[in-house]
Design a binder for this molecule. Sequence first.
Ligand code: ST9
Ligand code: ZN
Ligand code: ZN
Length: 333
Amino acid sequence: TRNGGAGMEKALSNQEDLGGGRGMTDDIFDESYCEKKGPKPARRYVWRNIILMSLLHLGALYGLWLIRAAKPVTLAWGFLCFLLSALGVTAGAHRLWSHRSYKASLPLRIFLAIANSMAFQNDIYEWARDHRVHHKFSETDADPHNATRGFFFSHVGWLLVRKHPDVIEKGQKLDLADLKADKVVMFQRRFYKLSVVVMCFLFPTLVPWCFWGESLRNSFFLPAILRYVLVLNATWLVNSAAHMFGNRPYDRNINPRENRLVTFGALGEGFHNYHHTFPYDYSTSEFGWHYNFTTAFIDLMCLLGLASDRKKVSKETILARKTRTGDGSHKSG
Ligand code: ST9
Ligand code: ZN
Ligand code: ZN
């Protein structure tokens, strides 16, 4: 079977049930779902998004052109903004709020929510809801960025058309009580638009302009626009490239793959065959800090007493799973 043998893992390790002790299981693949038969609903373009996304990417190309004229400290600031906003997605929306793979204190959650607004990828609640249906109904009509619809659709196309009705139907049945109970998540959702204007655009632009006299043009097109587009595309590559190119050492029967290039750009989120096999592992990989800035960040937060309760899959469970359902590529390293 596709997600085969979750039960066997349970038997292999009494510490790790399917939810990994997180009190939630709605990110575990659901084998019982069948796509509805008959013709697929027509594709409905959302022209507003198509135009805005095109303009945004043109702005990023212009930003690339401006790099040569920018102060080095502006580029360093842009890189810092990249890291901050990426952490808001990887350590925040993804590993904390979608998968509950560790616990975070209030100050850390506030920091991650602010960083998340800087990334402007929909609010945490919406992101986590879409991400849970992505795991639960991977590569089906109920997966918002169903990779069987091709590279472009899973990369960005899904944000340019109306959702398949099954995404919404299945999404409405998810248990999102933990998100609704999180005041930080609900606060960010309530003030989302304002927080995006401030964190994604104003703050990255104003700092270089005010503090080291960078031109307003460079300040806007580099740390705001180009940085935003780079974080978006690094994230989207997890949905597109990491669902198509790479090895499958943990489960050869699913599409998600281990993709080193994606891992590098996405701060550790390209070990995607591992991640879909063990979605509750806080590290999204078995290799700790290797190519995994996000894991290092979460570990640092634990060291500082700001995070706790990291869920980790045992080595024995991983090895058993590789042997049973892997493609054999782990042996060759
Ligand atoms: C962006 C998100 O970029 C990127 C997410 C990527 C995920 C990556 C995952 C990979 C793993 C992690 C790796 C991280 C790596 C990070 C690396 C960093 C370096 N369930 O949405 P509507 C309801 S965003 C239940 O309008 P349409 C909804 O509540 C970029 N219900 O659907 C609403 O109901 P009501 C910026 C759901 O009309 C109704 O349905 N943002 C669900 O089909 C209609 O909702 C954009 O570009 C669900 N799952 O429109 C905007 N979904 O009215 C993008 C929806 O009652 N969004 N509902 O509240 C849109 O414009 C629209 O959503 C749309 C679809 C046009 C795409
Ligand atoms: Zn995926
Ligand atoms: Zn995930």
